[in-house]
Design a protein around this ligand. Structure first.
Ligand code: FAD
Length: 461
């Protein structure tokens, strides 16, 4: 790739500010250019690891001045690979990974490149937490800006619902502190509108008392999928808001806790996290236990431990393709479609996660954040997982056909963080719905009229 003399000067200038600049030929380059999804293999012009808002502003100004594509990286887990670029600059926020907790005010301040592992470890010391994702390795950045569904959703809302302040570097390289008082519309956009409006260098979250939780999963053989899913949809409506669950069509793990003969077999599981007492959790779990699962992993544990429950199942470097959407209800038609596609899944580890929403998600008004659909009872995520690149097309086609078949049961909107496609205007507009999308466009025109921040579920100005 051609590095112009002007750009070389800019990179040298950035080096002199203390930012770490990693370019092709450097020992660190191959590791630094990698992102979580192994399908993505791009070669940026440089990866610049920023240590503070000043570095970030310098990189933003340079990219804008040089007309070079700019990718912003938090935890690097974007499915479509939005946090890397072919021939552009990657602004890597990973050095901005520290988390400070103010227990008296029940708030946490996290650097824009922190992961949920770091965040939860810091807040847990004080018996506090706010909603993160289901695995500990994802970045707080992309997950929160897109919405954020996790173990605490029904008890404490989406990740973005707990965001009350953000320090942001704008497309002009200006540093702003955004709150509901300083700029309510921008805070609205940061709560669900993705990385479209600037680089968030610091997130301020409200915290809640969460310490030991009861979490895990119950596994049933896939032969009982129809019965268990039918039971679950009734049971989920009786669940308290302390209990966040999801129904997962998966393959049982090759683990000792699964009986002989049932390992690595298609299965259905009720996965969840209860934030009440163990007795309260047991009372809510009792009807499920009466269904005689082949494995019951629910137990009391520190919240950060539950956060790592799925980490090993979704390793970095595997090949992945996701598609998702909202469902107002688990209709017979939706369930039989899911059972049919999961029966014909193209490889062992593909799964479908059906997240139960409601609870605290509905405490926030629809118009208060950019998140697409708070009224849907369920959000699904079709997760194709495979290793062999020659099977890419098979997995993508299966996922797309599955999503098309489920679309008829939903509203047409989708959670943007569960989309492997999503830089096309039609896809993003449909995901947010027309009215919300138009409001996002108005904010984008104010904050980023040249679309410098375009590697995201892009709102075109
Ligand atoms: P990155 O690839 O670094 O960034 C994703 C997008 O956000 C990019 O457009 C990037 O530019 C932008 N961005 C990131 N940080 C910043 C920042 N500080 N300022 C401005 N823009 C920024 N989602 C859930 O809701 N719940 C889950 O439980 C969940 N589990 C997941 C598990 C795995 C293994 C994976 C791969 C994804 C999961 N997701 C989940 C989806 C996840 O929310 C998105 O992939 C999210 O974009 C990841 O954020 P990141 O910072 O790690 O990614």
């Amino acid at each position: 790739m051609a590095v112009t003399a002007a750009l070389r000067d800019i990179l040298d200038g950035l080096r002199s500010t203390g930012a770490q600049v990693i370019a092709p030929g450097d020992d660190l380059y191959d590791g630094a250019r990698r992102v979580w999804n192994g399908c993505i293999d791009r070669r940026p012009l440089a990866i610049i690891r920023c240590h503070g808002g000043g570095d970030v502003a310098a990189v933003v100004r340079c990219a804008a001045a040089a007309g070079v594509e700019l990718a912003v990286r938090g935890g690097g887990h974007s499915l479509p690979g939005f946090s890397t670029s072919e021939g552009g600059i990657v602004l890597d926020l990973s050095p901005l990974g520290t988390v400070e907790v103010d227990p008296a005010r029940r708030s946490a301040w996290a650097g824009g490149g922190a992961t949920w592992a770091t965040y939860d470890a810091a807040t847990h010391v004080h018996g506090l937490a706010s909603t993160g994702g289901l695995v500990s390795t994802t970045g707080i950045g992309g997950l929160t800006l897109g919405g954020g569904i996790g173990w605490l959703t029904r008890a404490h809302g989406l990740a973005c619902d707990n965001l009350f302040s953000a320090e942001i570097v704008t497309a002009d390289g200006e540093v702003l502190t955004v709150t509901a008082d300083s700029d309510a519309e921008l805070l609205w956009g940061l709560r669900g509108g993705g990385g479209n409006f600037g680089v968030v260098t610091r997130f301020g979250f409200r915290l809640h008392p969460v310490d030991t939780v009861t979490g895990g999963m119950m596994i049933f053989p896939a032969e009982r999928a129809e019965e268990i899913a039918g039971f679950y949809r009734e049971w989920a409506h009786t669940a308290s808001r302390d209990f966040t669950t999801m129904l997962v069509w998966l393959t049982s793990p090759p683990a000792d806790f699964v009986p002989d003969g049932l390992r690595e077999r298609p299965a259905i599981a009720v996965v969840g996290c209860h934030v009440g007492t163990l007795d309260e959790a047991d009372a809510e779990l009792a009807p499920l236990r009466r269904l005689a699962p082949v494995a019951d992993l629910y137990e009391a544990q520190p919240y950060p431990q539950l956060q790592t429950f799925f980490d090993a199942d979704l390793p970095a470097g595997g090949r992945y393709y996701f598609k998702g959407g909202f469902l107002p209800a688990l209709s017979d038609g939706a369930l039989s479609t899911i059972n049919r596609f999961m029966h014909d899944k193209p490889s062992t580890w593909c799964e479908l996660d059906m997240h139960h929403m409601g609870g605290a998600v509905r405490d926030v008004a629809d118009a208060d954040t950019a998140f697409a659909d708070r009224q849907a009872d369920f959000t699904y995520n079709i997760i194709a997982i495979w290793d062999d690149p020659s099977l890419d097309a098979v997995h993508r086609e299966w996922t797309r056909a599955f999503a098309d078949a489920l679309a008829g049961f939903g509203s047409g909107t989708a959670y943007v963080n569960f989309l492997s496609d999503g830089s096309e205007t039609d896809t993003v507009r449909a995901a947010y719905g027309a009215d919300r999308y138009d409001r996002l466009v108005a904010l984008k025109r104010r904050m980023d009229p040249t679309n410098l921040f375009r590697l995201n579920q892009n709102i075109r100005p």
